[in-house]
Design a protein. Structure first.
Length: 547
């Protein structure tokens, strides 16, 4: 009859993509620890990685490698029953089944793979602890969204597949695991599908927008039966609706991304669900201070934020990334869409949350603007880190018709947009808010409107859009006259002089600078006088008036 079977691992129906370093790392940990738990969000590839590692381990375990799928089990007692059934063990009269299983495995050199433990966490943990204590040659490889928490456990978080550069060539794209998986699964639907210069950008976008999550990439590739790659990209803002075809042979919770997330969401306690929904308001992650300031409200006290965050991290809903001395918390994009949907349909209204988000990041921008020069570099770096949140805050502000708040953003962010090379983006936000400001007319604080015109004019000037800059500084000069603000008129004249200088009208520039200098001297504005004299010095240099 030949050698009896030494494993029950399923034959792979699809190609296992990449993960060479991950397999090696997990294998190394398994060599030194008797229980290793692979952690990660639903759809990140925990099971597939565990099966790949387990398959490689078959020659090293005399009594085999055995898979126990806990996903279909609904009661804790069923876990030990599943192990007994898999290994052909029968209950012994007068002896509990756990005792029978432990006695049978005590002399065996074996690897058990416990897959999908999160919904039976306590019974799985108790059983694992008992088996390890009674079976010295047994090792266990588990997969779960949450660590088992047993003594000696090593946890290993499954990362996303490697991503291509943002603007990858087909060759660079082919080197990334995420693109390899997408292309492999795409060929199921379109056998002649291949990377090309024409589709490389779209494929790279899909990989990045789906965060290299294997299940999401497979579901996206399945859509090639009805959509082009470019059309898939266009639908990614509604990824939960797009990613809905895992095939009839997939287990129910993996037939759609929503089903996978629903499966895990059901195990969250109400406060953790509430915080998860509120975290969806952030774009590009957040730090603890922002989380406490924005997410603490009805049902969540500020003092509870940290413990709830820890729960969400432990259950693989939230990723934590350490940047320098600070930790940032991030949701995968597909998880963020799911959480936001939960926020708006089942829990809080999102409007107050969006208002708190916008107010918080406006305060950050204002602190950066007011920071002394020695702190400017650090603040610019911080704003760059929060760039996605600033964009989201501006969008919430614009959609909510908060004109004054929008103009305050422009006043405080123009220097960031300039210093960090985001001039076109800054110009676009100026173009969106300026007409709204003009429509308010006398309803706007004059100082704010003057500062906004100055900021927008500087953005246009640094972009080389001198016509727009001249129009904005001219409007600023008129607004300063209407407000009887000599200092702002002097500033507008100086900026108009800059435009004239860089468009070749040196004589016009000289006259504007001189008029501004006179106003600043009358105001006893020492810094302004110094600036105007410097500008006139440049004019003199250009005119060869060296003395």
């Amino acid at each position: 009859l030949g050698r009896p079977p030494v494993h029950n691992l399923p034959a792979a129906l699809t190609r296992f993509i990449g993960r060479a370093s991950e397999c090696a790392s997990v294998t190394a940990v398994l060599g030194t620890r008797r229980v290793v738990t692979l952690l990660g969000a639903g759809g990140c590839g925990k099971t597939r990685l565990a099966l790949a590692v387990a398959a490689d381990q078959i020659p090293h375990y005399a009594d085999g490698v055995w898979l126990i799928d806990c996903a279909p089990l609904t009661k804790g007692a069923q876990v030990v029953q599943a192990i007994a059934s898999t290994l052909g063990l029968r209950e012994v009269g007068g002896q509990s089944l756990p005792h029978t299983v432990t006695a049978a495995l005590r002399p065996r050199q074996m690897l058990l793979v416990l897959d999908n433990c999160e919904h039976l966490l306590i019974p799985c943990a108790e059983l694992v602890a008992a088996l390890l204590a009674g079976c010295p040659h047994l090792r266990i490889l588990a997969t779960s969204r949450v660590a088992l928490g047993v003594p000696g456990e090593a946890t290993w978080r499954v990362p996303s597949l490697t991503l291509p550069p943002a603007h990858a060539t087909p060759t660079e794209l082919a080197a990334s695991e995420a693109a390899q998986l997408f292309v492999d699964r795409a060929c199921w639907r379109q056998p002649d599908f291949a990377l090309s210069a024409e589709n490389a950008g779209a494929v790279a976008t899909i990989c990045h927008r789906l965060d290299g999550m294997p299940l999401a990439l497979e579901l996206a590739a399945a859509r090639l039966n009805v959509l082009s790659v470019g059309e898939i990209v266009a639908h990614l803002d509604d990824a939960l609706r797009l990613l809905t075809d895992g095939g009839r042979m997939a287990i129910p919770r993996q037939q759609t991304l929503r089903a996978t997330l629903d499966w895990s969401y059901g195990f969250l306690a109400a406060p953790a669900r509430r915080l998860l929904g509120r975290l969806a308001i952030f774009a590009g992650g957040c730090d603890l201070s922002a989380t406490e300031a924005i997410c603490a409200d009805t049902g969540i006290a500020p003092r509870d934020i940290l413990s709830l965050l820890a729960q969400l991290i432990d259950q693989s809903w939230v990723l934590v990334e350490v940047q320098g001395r600070n930790a940032r918390y991030r949701l995968l994009e597909t998880v963020r869409q799911y959480a936001f949907e939960r926020l708006t349909t089942h829990m809080d209204a999102d409007a107050p949350l969006a208002q708190r988000h916008a107010a918080y990041y406006l305060a950050q921008a204002e602190q950066a603007w007011l920071a002394p020069g020695t702190e400017q570099a650090a603040w610019l770096a911080r704003l760059e880190t929060e760039h996605d949140n600033l964009r989201a805050a501006l969008r919430y502000t614009l959609d909510g018709g908060e004109v004054v708040q929008g103009l305050r953003f422009i006043r405080n962010l123009w220097r960031f947009w300039y210093a960090r090379g985001h001039l076109s983006e800054g110009a676009a936000w100026c173009a969106a808010f300026l007409p709204l400001g003009r429509s308010m007319g006398a309803g706007l604080p004059p100082a704010l409107w003057l500062a906004t015109l100055f900021s927008a004019g500087r953005i246009a000037y640094f972009r080389g859009d001198y016509d727009t800059a001249a129009a904005l500084f001219t409007e600023m000069r008129r607004a300063a006259d209407a407000a009887n603000d000599a200092a702002q008129r002097a500033s507008a004249l100086t900026q108009l002089g800059n435009v004239a200088l860089y468009t070749g009208d040196i004589s016009e520039a000289q006259g504007l600078y001189a008029e501004g200098l006179a106003l600043r001297r009358a105001l006893v504005d020492g810094r302004g006088v110094g600036s105007s004299l410097g500008n006139l010095g440049w004019v003199a240099l250009l005119l060869n008036h060296f003395a």
